[in-house]
Design a protein around this ligand. Structure first.
Ligand SMILES: Nc1ncnc2c1ncn2[C@@H]1O[C@H](COP(=O)(O)OP(=O)(O)OP(=O)(O)O)[C@@H](O)[C@H]1O
Length: 256
């Protein structure tokens, strides 16, 4: 089944076309790496897919639910935004228990899952009993990640999930994302860290000025790169999102 399905999904902010006629079909249980330069429309797309912003035109379903049907959509999805909402005065335990309560999750199972995720991400019981106001950036990011996936959502939208994390925690997040998909969750992942995408994405979509300019497996996209000594996903990304007319002409000539 298709986990995320969009048809001509479009968002205008006044004169700005943030997302332009986007067609996506993301299969269930896969990781979709959503790439694009700054300002290309990634966050706007995620906000439409999570019901936080209303599309100007077009349509989208997530887990079979229209994104305009927010109350039905909310329990089915998890969202880690760029600036996660956390209560500064709460401890990590209090924050996560609060979220679990909002989502009506079974108490003992959820407590076990919170403890396991905190432990795997290197937050000790002492850390978890400390106020979030006293956390480092990486510690906040860890709590925000747990908060987004605690209810094992059908679809997890993750915006820069490894932001601010040390290499060990970043690796754990990559492992946790893969485990999510093993359990059937679909992950829609936006990041500028291309090696993360190369490692864990099944499919990569590249957005440029609100439009999807390429979609393929990371390997296939890398093969399409014409420049660069080693041909990396970064080479492909730079070519596909270039404003250099010569590069554009070369992409057009190649793709016919
Ligand atoms: N609330 C808003 N009001 C007006 N314009 C907006 C708003 N949100 C986004 N935009 C514009 O829409 C375009 C896409 O922005 P968006 O935040 O979706 O990009 P992005 O790909 O997530 O960028 P980044 O990689 O920098 O996070 C930009 O031109 C931005 O200025």
């Amino acid at each position: 089944m298709t986990a995320i399905d969009t048809t001509a999904l479009t968002k205008h902010y006044g004169e700005t076309i943030a997302v332009d006629s986007l067609d996506l079909a993301v299969p269930e249980g896969t990781v979709y790496g959503f790439l694009g330069p700054n300002g290309s429309g990634k966050t706007t797309t995620m906000r439409m897919l999570t019901g936080l912003t209303t599309p100007t035109s077009g349509s989208a379903t997530v887990a079979g639910v229209s994104v305009t049907d927010r109350d039905v959509l909310r329990p089915r999805i998890g969202y880690l935004p760029e600036e996660p909402p956390l209560y500064e005065q709460a401890t990590a335990y209090e924050q996560l228990e609060y979220v679990a309560g909002l989502r009506d999750l079974p108490q003992q199972d959820t407590q076990d899952r919170i403890d396991e995720l905190l432990d795997r991400l290197g937050l000790s019981p002492k850390d978890a009993a400390t106020r979030i106001a006293d956390y480092s950036k990486g510690m906040r990011q860890k709590v925000a990640y747990i908060q987004a996936v605690l209810h094992s959502p059908d679809i997890a939208f993750l915006d820069e999930p490894t932001s601010g994390l040390d290499p060990r925690a970043a690796r754990t997040i990559r492992e946790l994302i893969r485990e999510l998909t093993d359990d059937g969750t679909t992950v829609f992942l936006s990041t500028h860290i291309l090696p993360v995408v190369e490692e864990i994405a099944d499919t990569v979509g590249i957005l440029y000025e609100g439009r999807l300019v390429a979609e393929d497996t990371p390997d296939q996209l890398t093969q399409r790169a014409e420049t660069g000594e080693t041909r990396t996903l970064e080479d492909a990304f730079l070519e596909l999102t270039s404003t250099d007319p010569a590069a554009e002409a070369s992409v057009e000539a190649r793709d016919g």
